[in-house]
Write a protein that binds this ligand. Structure first.
Ligand code: FAD
Length: 293
């Protein structure tokens, strides 16, 4: 008989949580409920995404500002190059700096669908994330996170070219990378090995996505392989949100446990503005609320 899966995990981990800016009052309530529930886990930072094409500029800013004003959490504002000149980015960066925001997740961003899915830099804008990191760093001494792709960015010419690009972003001054979500620990650990061999010494946090909607995961997955066994695990659950959420939490917790066994101690959760799954996974990994520890 094998040992219990989560036996004796000491909780010697650090976590961070990603949220998206709410569109409605109801969503705002849900977001703040999630933040309030997750805050006692003492995240090293909480990040707020930036809508495609800069569509959430104001909402990202107001969510991040509220985090600064009303919590002691460290907020990280996502920022993309899409549809913005360097001057506009500088203005946004200045506003964040003045508001007390010190952490930016710097991204190229995806082009709006109207551009046929091909990224075209703004004529006076940044050409990609590496360029953006350099621009932000020249303006203020931000703590900067960038994106990494264990299963390769869909537009990259090759795995090596993609790794070179990650290295350029880190060389430009980024302090850590956060990965696209993945379901194969092998893919993540292989990527870490290759990054190390390429001279990358900065942390590469695994991005953990508990599967709340399998259809959405399939749509968003890009190059991320969805293993057959995972798909089978969710068979017939499309119309059963309760069991689906429980299965998703178990699957993601087991992924984290295997990452932990491989030496990972920093975990980044894509929360989709819901606390339950991320909280449950942290609990299984042995993490306890700070005040009650
Ligand atoms: P880059 O690092 O600039 O790379 C883009 C592509 O171009 C890669 O294929 C790269 O290999 C290639 N490339 C770059 N430079 C060169 C070069 N000189 N020569 C050849 N090839 C090159 N999107 C949003 O809109 N808002 C968000 O808030 C957001 N948050 C995210 C958070 C995380 C953790 C992750 C992983 C992704 C996020 N995204 C977000 C998605 C991201 O914007 C897209 O994946 C986008 O397509 C690439 O962004 P990037 O920063 O990785 O781009």
């Amino acid at each position: 008989v094998s040992a219990p899966l989560f036996e004796d995990l000491p909780g010697d981990i650090s976590v961070s949580f990603e949220f998206f800016p709410p569109k409605t009052e109801k969503m705002e309530e849900q977001l703040w409920d999630a933040i309030t529930q997750l805050a006692p886990l003492d995240p090293s930072f909480v990040s707020v995404t930036y809508g495609a094409g800069g569509s959430t500029r104001e909402r990202t800013h107001s969510t991040v500002s509220r985090l600064v004003r009303e919590t002691s959490l460290v907020p990280a504002a996502h920022l993309t190059c899409v549809g913005a000149s360097k001057d506009e980015i500088a203005e946004i960066a200045d506003q964040y700096w003045e508001a007390g925001v010190r952490h930016i997740v710097a991204l190229r961003g995806d082009p709006p669908p109207a551009q046929g899915g091909v990224f075209t830099p703004h004529p006076e804008g940044y050409s990609g994330a590496a360029d953006l990191v350099a621009g932000l760093k020249a303006r203020h001494d931000f703590d900067i996170s960038v994106a990494a792709y264990p299963e390769i960015h869909p537009e990259a010419a090759s795995a090596d070219a993609d790794l070179d690009n990650l290295k350029r972003k880190l060389d430009a001054g980024a302090n850590r990378a956060i990965t696209q979500f993945f379901f194969s620990t092998d893919a993540y650990f292989r990527f870490l090995d290759k990054a190390l061999a390429a001279g990358i010494a900065t942390p590469i946090l695994p991005g953990i996505m508990p599967v709340t909607s399998f259809a959405a995961i399939r749509r968003m997955s890009g190059n991320t392989e969805i293993p057959g066994w995972l798909e089978k695990m969710f068979e017939g659950l499309d119309e059963r949100p309760g069991p689906r959420a429980l299965v998703a939490a178990v699957a993601a917790a087991d992924l984290c446990r295997r990452l932990y066994q491989g030496g990972v101690r920093d975990f980044h959760f894509y929360t989709l503005n819901r606390a339950e799954q991320a909280y449950a996974i942290c609990q299984l990994l042995g993490l306890r609320p700070k005040a009650e520890a």
